[in-house]
Write a protein that binds this ligand. Structure first.
Ligand SMILES: *Cc1c(COP(=O)(O)O)cnc(C)c1O
Length: 346
């Protein structure tokens, strides 16, 4: 495919002269006196600005994610990457994006903030993606298609061929948000970014990697697209404490893997138990660490659970999700508490 992301970039971004910070202009260990960044010499180590490109962390992540360091962008949660996609590619008041519905709410919020038209194409009753409808919703002003897989809040993965078809037929950017890919048996899309120069894949430290508090999201794409992210992002967008904590999480990866196994095991325990409850009308198949269930009366059951001190996500008001609750898989004890409460519901 003859694809150059720079042809899709907003003219002001193409012309942008990015801010050059002190740590861009001088890198390396060769110096021992740093008088270039107006830092305070006391209070080591947090007195110094952090690495603006998080190179050490990217070196560690690259083999784990099976990409090259130059194909990684790190941000303040995936939400930063989502917002940057709009700011790099979408002209406010002119361009549009296309997404499925229901899906993750931040794509629409960021579209609204950036004054970009957001077109949503409903999934089928069993949450399948109609590629023809998705592509038909696009026109010459469509810059981006958003696909979340496994999808939040429905929980299901889309077949890989479906996403391949969109990547092949759409001439703009396709973002595949794989925040939940570690819970899925499907192969992740980040490993084929070399084949698709229009593909951006999102991953996060917040879910399977159990580190939502440090706010660290990842985007994987061609070097050209990553260079655009780096041009537009805040100079020091990932702070030192987050970079250090992320390295510590990766050093202790056996824990992450153990938690993941435990959550997958619990999912096998919770799904059939929910299915047996008379108030549960449907348990939708899931490839994530949560499950969407249709119940007899979502609002009432939601309030009842709150009274029991148990919070789930009420998705009743979301398009196509009438009477649906989204339930995260917790520990064995938490899951049993939820199931016990639901068995007592009248
Ligand atoms: C939770 C979630 C994320 C993660 O967002 P962070 O900002 O990285 O915490 C991204 N995408 C989807 C679909 C999610 O559900």
């Amino acid at each position: 495919m003859d694809f150059n992301p720079n042809n899709l970039v907003r003219p002001n971004i193409r012309a942008l002269e990015p801010y050059s910070c002190a740590r861009d202009e001088f890198k390396g260990m060769a110096a021992h006196v740093f008088l270039d960044a107006n830092e305070n010499p006391y209070n080591d180590p947090i007195n110094r600005y952090p690495d603006p490109l998080q190179e050490k962390l990217k070196e560690r992540l690259a083999p784990i994610k099976n990409v090259r360091p130059s194909q990684i962008f790190l941000g303040n949660g995936s939400d930063e990457a989502i917002d940057l996609v709009y700011r790099i590619f979408c002209n406010p008041g002119k361009d549009n994006v296309v997404a499925i519905a229901p899906t993750y709410g931040m794509y629409k919020v960021c579209a609204d903030i950036n004054d970009v038209e957001y077109r949503s194409v409903p999934l089928s009753e069993d949450w399948q993606l109609d590629t023809k409808a998705l592509l038909d919703a696009c026109d010459a002003k469509t810059k981006v298609i958003w696909i979340c897989s496994p999808n939040n809040p429905t929980g299901n993965d889309f077949p890989r061929e479906t996403i391949h078809e969109v990547l092949t037929k759409f001439t703009g950017i396709v973002v595949v948000d794989e925040a939940y890919c570690d819970f899925s048996a499907n192969l992740p899309f980040r490993n084929i970014i070399d084949n698709y120069p229009n593909l951006i894949v999102l991953n996060t430290f917040s879910k399977a990697w159990a580190s939502a508090a440090i706010r660290l999201g990842m985007a994987f794409a061609s070097e050209e697209i990553i260079a655009l992210f780096n041009k537009v992002k805040y100079p020091y967008n990932v702070n030192l404490l987050t970079q250090e904590k992320a390295l510590a999480v990766l050093d202790d990866f056996v824990h992450v893997e153990g938690w993941l196994t435990q959550i997958m095991r619990e999912r096998e325990h919770v799904l059939p138990a929910l299915q047996e409850l008379p108030i549960v009308l449907k348990v939708f198949p899931t490839d994530a660490n949560f499950v969407l269930v249709r119940v007899t009366d979502a609002n009432r059951i939601y309030r009842y659970l709150i009274e029991q001190g148990i919070v789930v996500r009420n998705r009743h008001r979301v398009q196509l999700c009438q009477d649906c609750l989204r339930i995260t898989i917790g520990t064995r004890q938490e899951n049993n508490e939820l199931l016990g409460a639901l068995r007592f519901y009248k």
